[in-house]
Design a protein around this ligand. Sequence first.
Ligand SMILES: Cc1cc2nc3c(=O)[nH]c(=O)nc-3n(C[C@H](O)[C@H](O)[C@H](O)COP(=O)(O)OP(=O)(O)OC[C@H]3O[C@@H](n4cnc5c(N)ncnc54)[C@H](O)[C@@H]3O)c2cc1C
Length: 397
Amino acid sequence: MDFDVVVIGAGPVGGFVAGHIAARGHQVALVEEHREVGEPVQCGGLITPRVFDLVPGKETVVNEVHGAEIYSPSGRSLRIDARRTEAVVVDRAMFDRAIVKQALKQGSHSLLGTKALAGRYAKGGVEVVVARNGKQETITAKLLIGADGVQSNVAKWFKIFRPRYILPGFEVEMTGVEGDPGFVKLFVGQNVAPGFFGWIIPSGDGRGRVGLCVKEGNAFEYYRRMVRDGPAKAFVARAQPLLYIAGGIPLGFPRRTYADHVMVVGDAACQVKGTSGGGIYAGLRCAMHCTNTALDALERDDFSARQMRRYHRAWSRTVGKELRKDLAIFESFILLKDKQFEELFDLFDKPAMIEIIERYGDIDFPSKLGWRLLREEPRLLKYAGKALRPMLPRLGG
Ligand SMILES: Cc1cc2nc3c(=O)[nH]c(=O)nc-3n(C[C@H](O)[C@H](O)[C@H](O)COP(=O)(O)OP(=O)(O)OC[C@H]3O[C@@H](n4cnc5c(N)ncnc54)[C@H](O)[C@@H]3O)c2cc1C
């Protein structure tokens, strides 16, 4: 139980990091509290195909999506059709398994059914107390990587940071869902999903993932209203539930994602888009920076906070630029009232605006649309608040 690196959490991010460090000949333990990788599912599984430039798992795609239908609080809709595959829907449990399978092939040691209970500094490194097969054991390592998701214990143990928001979410995968399977449906409004939105993500063969996140409050209650009397009702009237999913989306921009001998990555570090709650692509890109810093630290035998800070700088200057803008968009979005949503629908419901979104929309880089839309429709500024501030210098150019 003595390793070079211990990674807590066998989600996509932990699997990626563990595999790539082990592939370079280091001893890596990948610790996961559940006995089955990928369970329980806590995700809509909507990602862009570029995720597969980073990880395996193409065979886990169950549907392709080329647009979205967005519904206003009063039930008006806007249809965006990119006429190309904008996103794919994966079987999330199988997707996680594909990544962890590769990590094992790359030489990492998986400790499934092993819950990390405590972490602390010891003997020039870290030690993690785990519960495994009903017993407590201690794992030691030079480096600890917390890829342990939204409620990250690693971030708590080493006082790294806490998310600014954790948005509660609830989702049900259903069979017998109506509607065009090539389009995601999005529902906005204070009575539907205050502070965020509701969705139907078509997952192939008449299935759909019907869910929502809210800024705060009881996500299940809002979900129930959305499907019983709300905007999703028409699409799920004859649908049957298959799988229930509850989880939280962490948002915020951490000032620090490291400590001596420690880094946190993925949801554990709030590397999630404030515009959609998607964390797989951003988390994996940050995982590349985390891996590079870990390999460098192992080579130099330097695990000081100063060395670990390279990771924080690398991700915040690259992926972080988009995440910062997305968080600002979220913080403007949560202020919108239903009346303002309707006014925004008036502004967007024009061929030129729809064409800009269809041409330039990209769910991994949503902020790129901002300045184009604003040039076409300057009245958007009134609603954007601080959301568009990070993009304003580009308007002059
Ligand atoms: C309702 C909902 C819908 C979503 N939909 C999408 C979507 O469509 N597209 C998208 O890109 N993102 C989506 N997300 C976000 C996405 O699920 C996360 O961003 C992603 O899972 C983050 O990956 P991760 O590897 O960082 O963490 P996780 O996938 O959360 O993995 C963390 C792992 O750590 C393990 N762990 C935690 N604590 C311990 C411990 N003490 N000991 C041992 N193991 C531990 C957990 O069991 C888990 O396996 C959604 C989230 C929610 C809540």
